[in-house]
Each structure stands twice: as structure tokens, then as C-alpha cells.
Design a protein around this ligand. Sequence first.
Ligand SMILES: [Mg+2]
Length: 418
Amino acid sequence: MDTIIGVLALDYPAEYSELQVLGKGVSSILQHHSVLGELEEFVFLIDQLRSKLARGDFLDSADLISLRPYCRQEPEGSLLDRLREELGQFDFEAAVVSVEKLGEPSRLRLQARVDERNGGKNMETKPLVLIVDDAPSNIQLLAGLLNSSYQIKVATGGLRCLELAEAEPRPDLILLDIQMPDMDGYEVCQRLKQSEITENIPVIFVTGKDQVEEEELGLSIGAVDYITKPFSPAIVEARIATHITLKQQNDALRNLAMRDQLTGLYNRHFLIDVATKRISHAHRHQQPLCLIMIDIDFFKAVNDQHGHSIGDDVLRDVAKIFVAQSRNEDVVARFGGEEFVFLLDGCDLQAGVNKAENVRLSLENSCVQGLAITASFGLAQLAHGEDFIGVLNRADEAVYAAKSKGRNRVEVAEITPS
Ligand SMILES: [Mg+2]
């Protein structure tokens, strides 16, 4: 590694000025405790240190001193000393590990705090704005402006921005600088727009680049707005508020359009849309994918004997059981009437069988609405070159097989040679 990391121990102040000092911005952040909470700040500093190490930038004692106020307790204090030693010995790999370890407890506490906040359902959470800029002073300026109306997350580089944009809770808006050392804002924006996960997050460029062509380029790659520096705080606030409102309205509409009204599960329309994307992704990356079709046994009898209102309650309760049995990345949809579909990403046949069997069992054991409700399951693993209709039809045939073999069971579809 041809990178040089300069470490200046406090003991050698004479050499201090000879080293490249990158810690000034960090110190400026430290003077603004009111804007970011202490935990956020510390995690922010750790991330900065990590990205400096990754870039091979100089680290100096100012960086380490910045961390000192946060490291009053064991084991943080001793970790910091170890980090200082490792940097002194140019042991970069060990230093990165120490930096990670140093930040971990704070990261966990931060996550717990976020979870706690999200757990309180009645608590109105403020929209989340992600501010991305390589200059901490710019971040500070925007954060100070928005802090009272929004939750704030910050990133000092493009790669970190992409990471934070995908992580829960996802931002409602991203303020994006263009000139950054690791990845420029145009590329970050393009990547955000290409990803299914982040494509709907509005991006506003906030930049010193004030040429018309630059603005045109920014808007052409999917940004909703373009703000040039120096900006008027009132105008920035107003534009951000507008785009956040639009985003929330869009989210509400999208949610309505993709949900089944009765059960709250995804509807058939959404399933077809997302399945098509995930199937082409699975083919492209040669990853396994399974689809389970589920049909509730003797559902017509439930409606006939207990009325449609109880029938609806059964469907709602069954949906809850299905959701409880699914991972975040699974898509659980009501396909129609009493038919449901699980779309399982990155799931091979054996895992699919286990999943179907678990869902079948938990339904059998639940005594939904005081009734003995069971279902028949048809499982199909995506075959080479197969499309959604193909895998869906095979799962459907497997459901029929399960029905004819006595119901309340899982049948696996055979792969038909194409
Ligand atoms: Mg910049």
C-alpha cells in the first residue's frame, strides 16, 4: 500500500504543521452540539475517519483528539489508545478494525434509539432528510436550517450516501452536493435512480456549479430540483417542504395502489410488477427464487356457513399469519379471492420447502376465528429462462396436486424441460 498516513502524537507538536491537516472540519462540527445529538455526532466522526482511511488520506492527531471527548469510558478509551498505536505503526488494517469497533456501541445505541422512535406508532415522526456534502461546514449550514422540522442524516461522500439511502429508515429527501472526492453527485443520483429501493427518493442538488448546462444535466438524470450556492435559506426551506409534501402524497397514492384493501397485503397488480423485476434480476445474477401459491381449503364453506363477514375476518387473520412468517425481503400478496402468493428472493428449493411447511403449520395451529383453517401450498423454483407466468402456472398446478392429494399439504412443482 503506497498510502501514507501521518500520525502525529500530541507529544510532537513541532511536526504538527508539517502534516496535512484534515481535521479542521471535524473540529468545526464539534462546536455545534445543538444540531446533531452526541451519538449522531460520534458516529459521524467515526464514518469520516473510516472514509479517510479508505481513501488513504492523512490522519492527524486532530482526528484522534476529536474523538477523545466521546471516549470517556472503557472500552472506548482503550480502543482509542490502541488506534493511536496502530496508526503509529502504519498498521492500516488493524486501524480500520479499531475504528469500526470504536463506533459500534454508539451505532447500536443510535439504532436502538431510532427503533424506539419508530416503535411508537402514534408518535408522528418527522420526515428524514439526508444531507450529502464533502464539506462539513456545508452540512452544518443545511442541518442548522432544517433541524427543527426534519430528522437529519449526513454523509460526507457519495458511497456513504448510497449506503444510507438504502438503509432503514430511508430518507424522504436527499440534498446532494456535486463535487465530492469519492463519487460525484451526478453518478450518485444516477445510481439512486437505477435502484428499485431508492428510485422514489427525491434528490435536490445543492451545489456551487451554477452553469445552465450543469443544471440541465442534473435535472435530466432525475433530480427534482437544483439549488445553487450561495442560497437563500427561506427559498431552500420552501423548496424542500414542497418536495417532501409531494413525496408523501406520492407514497400514500403508491401505497393505496399496490395494497389489497381487505388484508393490507400487496395486491395482484403490484405482485406482477415486482415479480417481473425480481425474476429478471434473479436470472441476471443467477440467484435462486421461489414462488409459493397458497389456496385456503374449503373457503367457500366458511362463507356459506358463517357468512361473508366472518369470511373476510378469516382472510385478514390469515394474512397476518403470513406476514408474521415472512422476511422483510419477501413479497406476500393476495392474488385473488382466497389465493395468496409468496415471492421469495434468493431462496432455493430446500429453503422454499421449509418456508412453505412452516407457514402451513403455523396456519394449521392458529385456529383462525375459532375455525380449523388450513391451506394447500404449491411451490415452484424459478427455472432457467422462465418468466413470471411460467413459474406462477407451475406453482398453481402444484396447488391443484396438493388439493387432490388431500389438502393441507405442500406440493413441489416439477421443472418442465423448456
Ligand atoms: Mg463538494
